[in-house]
Design a binder for this molecule. Structure first.
Ligand code: 1GP
Length: 249
């Protein structure tokens, strides 16, 4: 797939908003990943993210990418939690800086360590500001987040504006995989006001209503992982796709 960024932007224009499905190679490897990706594509997902903050087995991740490639045509975008998340075979990578980490490793050091591999593997880097909201999740722990409370939309907007000024073209508001609460629409709206790029929101989204509210507030794409991984109904996912596509058309 040539130029995933253009594809995402064009699809967003055409469809209104996008569903990105997260496959964590730790929990859904091998054949199950390939089946999930195929189903995701059939119900209208626009891309598959592969990664996770505690997925550190590169061999398993490579195999997952290979299996997904066999069964789905939509782009595979790596979503690394560390340098170990950079593997060959995918189309692009969320080349992310965890802006609200307390640890410089997650802001710029892991990026420096991983950059050569991104180049070598021919992955398209999507420059992304990754911002963690709330606490108690794996990504919050692993990423040493100086977290933003769910009810402080302006703090998230501050980070998003700084991301824009630094030239990042994607912002990912992350409540964390399996989070009990999702990012609130008020926060999405505050970020949308100041950030002109592609806005991704994920963590704890499980139903059409929540997905619709987040997209209505300004998200370009939502990410769903846990609900699908735990065997959630594809009928509900299809409804989510329908809802988010109708909200901003
Ligand atoms: C996690 O935002 C993604 O990084 C997806 O979250 O697993 O809660 O859907 P869920």
């Amino acid at each position: 797939m040539q130029n995933v960024e253009s594809y995402l932007k064009a699809s967003r224009k055409k469809k209104g908003a996008l569903l990105l499905v997260l496959i964590d190679s730790e929990n859904s490897g091998g054949q199950s990943a390939s089946k999930l990706a195929k189903q995701a594509q059939q119900i209208g997902a626009s891309a598959i993210l592969v990664g996770g903050s505690s997925a550190t087995d590169q061999l398993a991740m490579s195999e997952t990418v290979r299996n997904i490639k066999k069964s789905a045509k939509i782009p595979i975008i790596l979503f690394p939690g560390n340098v170990t998340g950079v593997v060959p075979g995918a189309d692009a990578i969320l080349f992310s800086s965890l802006l609200n980490s307390n640890n410089p490793y997650f802001i710029s050091e892991a990026q420096a360590l991983g950059a050569q591999s991104v180049l070598k593997f021919g992955l398209e880097p999507l420059p992304t500001a990754y911002i963690i909201i709330g606490e108690g999740t794996t990504v919050w722990h692993v990423g040493c987040a100086r977290t933003i409370p769910f009810d402080k939309p302006n703090l998230a907007a501050m980070y998003a504006l700084s991301a824009q000024f630094m030239g990042m073209r994607f912002v990912y508001l992350e409540a964390g995989s399996g989070a009990k609460s999702n990012v609130r629409p008020e926060m999405v709206a505050a970020v949308r006001k100041v950030f002109k790029g592609f806005l991704i929101v994920g963590g704890g989204i499980r139903n059409p209503q929540t997905a619709g509210e987040i997209v209505k507030a300004g998200a370009d794409a939502i990410v769903i992982g846990t609900y699908i991984e735990k065997g959630g109904s594809f009928k509900t996912i299809a409804e989510i796709v329908k809802t988010i596509q109708s909200v901003r058309k």
